[in-house]
Design a protein around this ligand. Structure first.
Ligand SMILES: [Zn+2]
Length: 504
């Protein structure tokens, strides 16, 4: 048997002003023939595909495996190039038996609102209906009808923080084997309730998301069901179809699959009020952290999460910490290549005043003048070892620990969501000894930080990854939708909008 594997993955924040060109994939992850060599023995989705397919004695046809850090629209050039790289080996392989992909599910390009649907349809047109296509999806996929129509099974992550990529890869590859051995005839159905969910309330081990997953797993226990996917959706994309989706695949029973998808959608709707975001204003959050007898208190800057396409140079929480004279704090991270250059040039031990952060757009706080001392300079390379680690190195680019009064600010060239404690340790900082840790992250920081945190406070700073969905100006999103059309639904929600005000 011959199975092609590949991935084109990007989470696109359509509110970002930063385009994602081909170079952003090259800088982050762009593999072709070297897919197998790179991932074999690691702990990522591709490793899972390789393990299962090799164990079955199947031949693996590598196509392209590419991802870029979340940001704004993917350029047409980048998308067309990557799609051509993916389809060429598929066209050239005679007697291809299956296609196994990882697509994020929330990519948007300059010309395509639903590029994943387009990728699946393009491949389907090449290989015809007899060859199965299975794709894994991120939990934040905005699933479309076109994706469901052109794939045989879609296998979404079951966890947020996403710690089950490898497991879902195994699941998807095993389903491919089952189909190819004639033991599964997938019938897939979807249901979209009229809801978009804040990412804050998509944490899968917390209420109310855990209730949806409990039902999903119960449905999966039925042997007639091959897979249940609860996709929380990615709300920072202004698309007609953004939001939560239930996808159920049965063994040759579309009615049953649809019935189960509807049942999950009904439960999500019933729980809708409990999905409303719950966040704390910056001054209140910092005051609580300072007053707390013990640390670390973790302050999450949900809105400036680079893992969701934010610039990672927002200044509101840093300014609040400095204004309120916080002590023994660390902030991870502010991505500001210009500031890094100035600090590196000054050298270790030097004290200077620079304009820091706030340079990408006007939505995350203005640049602030800060005075501090260069404590450490590093090449920004470290090997994560926490629950989200893939076995692959992380690269922050040139990195400086800049001590500004009581705050160690980690200033980097590249954007990074802090998901691993090795980030701090590689810079000589013991995170367990810090009173306050600020992370530019919505949820993924939890996997590594929850075990050491005395408390986690989710801060309502402004930004394009804000948990407060009423702050976003959607134009394409289908209406009415919960929780935006709250008057219609008779429910009150905070109406304040940071989009209407200058950020300074
Ligand atoms: Zn995600």
């Amino acid at each position: 048997m011959r199975v092609a594997i590949g991935s084109i993955s990007h989470e696109t924040n359509t509110f970002s002003n930063v385009l994602t060109g081909f170079n952003k994939f090259e800088e982050n992850l762009y593999l072709r023939a070297d897919i197998i060599m790179t991932f074999k023995g690691k702990h990522v989705i591709a490793s899972a595909f390789i393990n299962i397919l090799e164990a079955e004695g199947f031949e693996i046809i590598p196509t392209v495996w590419a991802s870029a850090t979340p940001s704004g629209l993917v350029t047409d050039d980048a998308y067309d190039h990557l799609l051509a790289e993916m389809t060429r080996p598929i066209k050239e392989t005679s007697g291809l038996d299956g296609v196994l992909l990882h697509l994020h599910g929330a990519m948007v390009t300059q010309s395509h609102d639903d590029p994943e649907g387009d990728i699946l349809e393009t491949i389907r047109t090449i290989i015809g209906n007899a060859v199965p296509i299975i794709s894994t999806l991120d939990l934040h996929a905005n699933v479309t009808e076109k994706m469901v129509r052109n794939a045989n099974v879609l296998v979404g992550y079951d966890t947020y923080p996403h710690v089950d990529g490898y497991d879902r890869g195994i699941e998807a590859a095993k389903l491919m084997v089952k189909i190819l051995q004639g033991n599964l005839k997938p019938s897939m159905a979807m249901k979209k309730p009229p809801m978009i969910l804040s990412t804050q309330k998509q944490k899968t081990n917390y209420y109310p998301m855990n209730v949806l997953f409990n039902l999903a797993h119960k449905i999966e226990d039925d042997e007639r069901i091959a897979n249940v996917t609860v996709s929380g959706g990615y709300p920072f994309a202004d698309l007609e179809f953004a939001g939560v989706t239930m996808v159920v695949t049965s063994n040759n029973n579309l009615t049953l699959a649809q019935e189960k998808a509807n049942q999950l959608a009904d439960l999500a709707w019933k729980l809708r009020r409990d999905f409303l975001a719950d966040i704390v204003p910056p001054r209140e959050a910092v005051a609580e952290a300072i007053a707390s007898p013990e640390g670390p208190i973790v302050l999450a800057d949900h809105a400036d999460n680079p893992g969701g396409g934010s610039p990672c140079d927002g200044t509101i929480i840093l300014k609040t910490l400095l204004d309120m004279k916080a002590e023994n704090a660390v902030l991870a991270v502010i991505a500001d290549p210009d500031a890094v250059n100035k600090l590196v040039k000054a050298g270790i031990g030097k004290t200077l005043t620079i304009k820091l952060g706030g340079k990408t757009d006007k939505l995350h706080g203005p640049p602030i003048n800060v005075t501090g001392t260069v404590k450490l300079i590093s090449d920004g390379t470290f090997l994560p070892n926490g629950p989200m680690s893939s076995g692959l190195e992380s690269h922050l680019g040139k990195t400086v620990v800049f001590k500004c009064s009581g705050v160690d600010v980690i200033v980097t060239e590249k954007r990074l969501q802090p998901t691993d404690l090795e980030l701090y340790r590689s810079l000589g900082i013991d995170p367990t000894k810090k009173k306050i840790i600020v992370v530019k992250s919505a949820v993924h920081f939890r996997a590594a930080h929850e075990p050491i945190a005395k408390k986690i406070i989710e801060v309502d700073a402004p930004g394009i990854h804000s948990a407060r969905l009423s702050a976003f100006k959607y134009k394409k999103l289908r209406r009415p939708i919960y929780p935006l059309d709250v008057e219609m639904l008779g429910i009150a929600e905070l109406k304040r909008s940071f989009w209407d005000k200058p950020s300074s």
